[in-house]
Design a protein around this ligand. Sequence first.
Ligand SMILES: [Zn+2]
Length: 140
Amino acid sequence: MHDGMGEKYQVKGPWNDQNVVNMGQKECTCRKWGLTRIPCKYAIATLNEMADSAENVGELSTYVHKVYWIDKWKEMYSFKVEPIKGRVMWPNRDYPTTLVPPPHNKVIGRPKKKRRITTEEMIEIQQCMSQENSQIQNES
Ligand SMILES: [Zn+2]
């Protein structure tokens, strides 16, 4: 199903699962496309549907985020990695190398198990008890 705006598609799955694919935003209500930036099965189904109804879907790779493209990978590794000398040859620094944990306050005695009753709860309990008492008085 198509909303006519050329953006949103309602896609039904085999177990009555139904998702909304937004082709413009490159998102789907199953959230996979938005999270991974790789089209989910509903988006793929939408692309097939679009192609079947003679819509121009263009290059399929454009639906996958650029970080997955080979060009980006090549760009990442285009920089030269300088070789470095070994750790023993690194200059010494007088910063502390061991991190000490923050001071810990030891609480003496067993921790309290029972939670304190709030004043609202206390009022409620008192009201319940007074209602019960009046009921008993009415019965007698
Ligand atoms: Zn999806």
